[in-house]
Write a protein that binds this ligand. Structure first.
Ligand code: NDP
Length: 278
C-alpha cells in the first residue's frame, strides 16, 4: 500500500460540476512571474491547484498574480525568493505554507543563461550558472520534501532544457547545469519511487520568452544581423522551424502532474519539435 496514492484532501469543480484533477493540491512554481513559469502557473490553476509563484522581482510577481487572480482569486499567491539562497527559500516556503498549506507540486523552473566561449567562462560565471539552474532546484526540492512525504503524494517537475540532453556552443556552464538537473531528476525518481512522489524533467527547445528575445538581441549585436534574422536562426534549430511556446511547455508540465501520470517518473521529456532526434 506504500505506493498507493492518498486521496486528495478536497475537490474543486469546473463549471460543469466535474472535479478538477489537481484540486486540493498546492503547487510552488519558481520563476513563476513571467515566461514559461507564468504559463505553468496558469495551467496548474486551470487544473484546480492552488499556486504560489516565486522569483526575485516582486513587481513582476504581483503583475502576474493580478492577471491570474481574475479567474482564480484566493488560489494564487506570490513570494519574493532567490532560489540560490537557502534562507530566502525557507522564508518563502514558510509564508507559502501558512497561506495555502503544504506544497505537493514543485516546479523548479527558475533559470538563467549567459553565453560566452568556454575560455572566457570564469569561475564566477560557472558558479552562477550552477547556482540558479541546478543548486536552486536541489535546495527547493529538499525544503518541500517533508510536506510531500506527509501527504504521500508529490510531483516534482524540473524545467531543464534540450541543453540538458545535448551540447550547444558558448553555453558550457548552462549545459553542464541542465545535464546535472536531468541527472538529479533520474536519481531522485528512483529514490522516491515508493513514496508516491514522481520526479520528471521537461526539456524545451528554444522557447518564445524573454530569454530567447535576449539571446536574439545579443546575436544581432555581435553579428550585425537583424533581431528577426537571429530569431529565425534560433527557430531553425527546431525541425518544425519555429520557437516552442510557453503554453506548450506548461501543457506537458500539467499532464505530468495529473493523477493518472503516476507511473511516469525519471523521464526527461523533450518539447523541441524533434530537435534532439534530428
Ligand atoms: P525567463 O528569463 O523569461 O524567466 C526566468 C525566470 O527565472 C524569471 O521568472 C526569473 O525571475 C527567475 N529567476 C532567475 N533567477 C532566479 C533566482 N536566482 N531566484 C528565483 N528566480 C529566478 O526565462 P524562461 O521563461 O524562458 O525560462 C524558464 C526556464 O526554462 C529556465 O529554467 C530556462 O533555463 C528554461 N528553458 C528556457 C528555454 C528558452 O528558450 N526560453 C529553453 C529551455 C529551457 P526574477 O528575475 O524575477 O528572479
Amino acid at each position: 500500500m506504500a505506493n498507493q496514492e492518498k486521496p486528495k484532501p478536497s475537490a474543486r469543480h469546473d463549471t460543469a460540476g466535474s472535479a478538477l484533477p489537481l484540486s486540493g493540491r498546492h503547487a510552488l512554481v519558481t520563476g513563476g512571474g513571467r515566461g514559461i513559469g507564468v504559463a505553468i502557473a496558469s495551467t496548474l490553476l486551470s487544473l484546480g491547484a492552488d499556486v504560489t509563484i516565486v522569483g526575485r522581482d516582486k513587481g513582476v510577481l504581483l503583475n502576474a498574480t493580478g492577471r491570474l487572480a481574475a479567474r482564480a482569486a484566493g488560489r494564487i499567491a506570490a513570494e519574493s525568493c532567490d532560489v540560490t539562497s537557502l534562507d530566502s527559500i525557507a522564508a518563502a516556503l514558510t509564508a507559502a505554507t501558512q497561506r495555502l498549506g503544504d506544497v505537493h507540486i514543485l516546479v523548479n523552473n527558475a533559470g538563467a543563461v549567459r553565453s560566452a566561449p568556454f575560455e572566457k567562462t570564469d569561475l564566477a560565471a560557472w558558479n552562477d550558472a550552477l547556482a540558479v539552474n541546478l543548486t536552486g532546484a536541489y535546495l527547493c526540492t529538499q525544503i518541500v520534501m517533508p510536506g510531500m512525504r506527509a501527504a504521500g503524494w508529490g510531483r516534482i517537475i524540473n524545467v531543464a532544457s534540450t541543453a540538458g540532453l545535448k551540447g550547444y556552443r558558448y553555453v558550457a556552464a548552462y549545459c553542464a547545469a541542465k545535464h546535472g538537473l536531468v541527472g538529479l531528476t533520474r536519481a531522485l525518481a528512483v529514490e522516491l519511487a515508493r513514496a508516491g512522489i514522481t520526479v520528471n524533467a521537461v526539456c524545451p527547445g528554444y522557447t518564445d520568452t524573454e530569454m530567447v528575445r535576449d539571446a536574439a538581441g545579443k546575436i544581432a549585436a555581435k553579428t550585425g544581423r537583424s533581431v528577426e534574422q537571429a530569431r529565425a536562426e534560433l527557430a531553425s534549430a527546431n525541425p518544425q522551424g519555429r520557437l516552442i511556446t510557453p503554453e506548450e511547455v506548461a501543457h506537458a508540465v500539467g499532464w505530468l502532474c495529473l493523477p493518472p501520470s503516476a507511473g511516469i517518473t525519471g523521464q526527461a521529456l523533450p518539447i523541441d519539435g524533434g530537435e534532439t532526434v534530428a
